[in-house]
Design a binder for this molecule. Structure first.
Ligand SMILES: *Cc1c(COP(=O)(O)O)cnc(C)c1O
Length: 711
């Protein structure tokens, strides 16, 4: 909110506007403005310009407003910002002129755009945030629709016994990059959404993400009953009924909110089943214009896109039909239809099915259906085949668009500088051109190694700083301090296992043979250290046990402090980790990781991927850009899979990774290692960037580009 306490001098009067558009977060010079403004506030305030502008002293503002160097930076950044906001010369316009009479409306339960807006839990949110940023960069008409969670997802702290503690912090809206959406009379826009027999009121916040707006729904509105006011307070509540209410508000309410703002999307995107109720609201709109419910249900298909991210049946939201009837009987009555007609849209297994499956609803009502990697596409076709009786597996109408990562968000500044020098000055604009990346082999090994080394040092600096803070607060004893990484060394080969802690990701797989691992870690000349980070879902006790197990092993003296569990994994920490480790370890059970994107972030920064051939790695691995763990085909039994994969991890570490990393030339550079780093960058960047993903999306949903892309 633009509640700047001190009046910003007129000469730099647009700082507030810049702070309130997260455009700055993926433009290095945009970030530079706020660093230069007051570096201490920038660092201690968590890189949050909105907060920084509230806290900065008027004297400091006066001073920078007459500082020639600052003004030059400010003026050039504002000019760049304006050019980006207003340009008509976008990729989308060049390729799809005149197409789309409204935006793509992208509905998602979570958006990870920046840490100052903690409304995400993991990969799904990061994908949504990266998609918004890339849509802005490419000029795709696009709006996001999500939830404003004032308590967001939890912050993680580990007790000295290794137990995960969840801390919820109330978001201060004055310190977040959000502004309230107002109606024509300048009052808070409030939209009413039907809930059972009554209504719930929904207010809206706007987040500016470059040219894209994300609208966040908020039920903490005065006219709502207390139990409705806190409905949107937290992400991923376990209670089924609350979850259903949330999804009704987001899906159906989201449509109403867009209409109330005069936004009429051309394409409606359901990002995972949670938001699929948006089709029921649109079917109601169509039916109220006088067509039958069945025709209305068919009518929404051509403008609806669904992406599924979950390859396990149990991972989808399924609501019991009785619960559904409690909420949707009024809907059916108002349309004069039998409840069976409505329920059938979500029943995966026909009329007797007691569950209403949100993914089934989305699959039955959208004409464009996607998995998120090549492998996941085939898994999804197999998994949902029953919805198309008689169809062969390859005829099941689900395709795939492999996810990609927003490169300006995830690339390290040090890598950016190297790429500008050796790939192309405008490499960011051309990131998806396979051809330019052959030039990565022109980068001198020593120069690339210096950047990689610096990034590892920065990661260790961040881990040490956090450990020091905990120590200074008197929160931890020495055992704990070791477990959170106080004894890590900045020059040792560093492996990262960093992801949401869930059983299928097998966070403790590398501990299968403790003695073999100890030999690796404690090698006197060529030691290995391992950094873990990740949160468990608060209700997932099994995965909380895995956090505890890793934490306690990290504290075990026999590992000499070379294993660490870093608390409170979030987007900020993710930057340090994907850029700073040498090896990115990923060992999910086969076919359970739909795509995974963290390994892409690591690879484009030159951290080598050591992964099971699941998700994107099945198509990303080329034999020279990282390593593939274990067999390609899924073993029959889980025990067998664990045993084979753990053995493969140790063998690859012992035989390949450790020798490659520690074999140095006379200048101390691991030349063959750098060869693999280059191959990782060359092969992963063009194919797994969000630019490629959005282009593919436009091509498959809107049709082939009107003219061939430039270059
Ligand atoms: C990229 C990212 C993820 C996704 O990680 P996967 O290992 O691909 O599941 C999750 N959380 C954060 C904070 C991320 O940046």
């Amino acid at each position: 909110m633009s509640a700047v306490r001190w009046k910003v001098p007129e000469r730099i009067g647009r700082l507030d506007e810049l702070a309130n558009n997260l455009w700055w977060s993926w433009h290095p010079r945009g970030r530079q403005v706020f660093r230069a403004l007051d570096y201490v506030l920038w660092r201690v305030g968590g890189h949050n310009p909105v907060r920084q502008l509230r806290e900065i002293s008027p004297e400091r503002l006066q001073r920078v407003a007459v500082n020639a160097e600052f003004l030059e930076l400010y003026d050039s950044v504002m000019a760049e910002f304006d050019a980006d906001m207003k340009t008509e010369d976008t990729w989308f316009r060049a390729n799809y002129p005149g197409l789309l009479d409204g935006p793509v409306a992208y509905f998602s339960m979570e958006f990870a755009i920046h840490n100052s807006l903690p409304i995400y839990a993991g990969g799904l949110g990061v994908l949504a945030g990266d998609t918004c940023k890339e849509a802005s960069d490419l000029g795709v008409p696009f709006v996001g629709v999500g939830f404003m969670y004032p308590q967001g997802y939890f912050h993680q702290r580990i007790s000295s016994a290794g137990a995960q503690e969840e801390i919820y912090k109330q978001l201060d809206f004055d310190e977040a990059p959000v502004s309230p959406v107002l109606d024509a009379d300048g009052r808070r826009l409030v939209v009413r959404v039907g809930l059972q027999e009554g209504f719930i009121s929904v207010a809206v916040w706007q987040v500016r993400v470059g040219r894209v707006n994300v609208y966040l729904l908020d039920t903490n509105v005065e006219d709502n009953a207390p139990e409705h006011r806190w409905l949107s307070s937290r992400l991923y509540v376990a209670d089924q009924e609350v979850r259903l209410q949330q999804e009704i508000v987001l899906g159906m309410g989201g449509v109403r909110v867009l209409r109330a703002m005069g936004i009429n999307p051309a394409i409606w995107h359901i990002n995972e089943g949670h938001t699929a109720f948006l089709v029921l609201e649109r079917i109601r709109e169509a039916a109220q214009r006088g067509i039958t419910f069945a025709d209305a249900a068919r009518s929404v298909g051509p403008s609806t896109v669904f992406t599924t991210h979950t390859p396990v049946a149990a991972g989808h939201d399924v609501f019991h039909v009785d619960l559904m009837r409690k909420y949707f009987d009024p809907y059916c009555r108002s349309l004069g239809i039998d409840h069976k007609d409505c329920l059938s849209l979500g029943q995966q297994f026909g009329p007797g099915d007691q569950g209403f499956n949100m993914a089934a609803l989305a699959l039955k009502t959208s004409d464009y259906r996607y998995g998120v990697s090549r492998l996941h596409g085939s898994v999804a076709r197999r998994m949902w085949g029953a919805l198309w009786p008689g169809a062969q597996e390859n005829e099941v109408p689900i395709r795939q668009i492999t996810n990609g990562v927003h490169v300006p968000t995830w690339i390290a500044p040090e890598m950016h500088a190297v790429f500008r020098k050796y790939i192309a000055d405008d490499w960011l604009e051309r990131q998806d051109e396979g051809g330019i990346w052959a030039r990565v082999y022109d980068i001198p090994d020593g120069e690339l190694w210096r950047a990689r080394r610096l990034l590892r040092h920065k990661l260790m600096g961040a881990i040490l700083e956090a450990a020091q803070r905990s120590w200074a607060k008197g929160e931890v004893e020495s055992r704990h301090l070791v477990a959170i990484g106080a004894l890590l060394h900045p020059d040792l080969l560093t492996v990262g296992f960093v992801k949401r802690f869930a059983e299928y990701k097998r966070p403790t797989l590398i501990f299968q043979d403790i003695e073999r691992l100890k030999r690796l870690v404690n090698d006197p000349l060529r030691p290995v250290q391992i950094v873990f980070a990740g949160k468990s879902h608060p209700a997932d006790l099994a995965s909380k046990y895995l956090v505890q197990r890793v934490f306690n092993l990290a504290a075990d003296r026999e590992f000499r402090g070379r294993i660490a569990f870093v608390e409170d994994y979030d987007m900020h920490l993710a930057h340090f980790l994907v850029q700073g480790v040498d090896v990115w370890l990923n060992n999910p059970r086969r076919l359970l990781e739909a795509c995974g994107t963290s390994g892409m972030k690591a690879s484009i920064n030159g951290a080598l991927h050591l992964s099971v051939r699941d998700g994107w790695w099945d198509e990303g691995y080329n034999g020279a850009n990282g390593w593939a763990i274990g067999p390609t085909v899924k073993p029959q039994a889980w025990e067998e899979e664990d045993r084979l994969d753990a053995d493969a991890i140790y063998t690859i570490l012992e035989r390949d990774i450790v020798p490659l990393f520690y074999t140095r030339d006379e200048k101390g550079v691991p030349v063959r290692w750098m060869g693999m780093v280059k191959e990782a960058i060359r092969s992963v960047m063009p194919g797994f960037c969000a630019k490629r993903m959005i282009r593919e999306y436009c091509e498959t949903v809107l049709g082939p580009a009107a003219r061939q892309p430039r270059r």
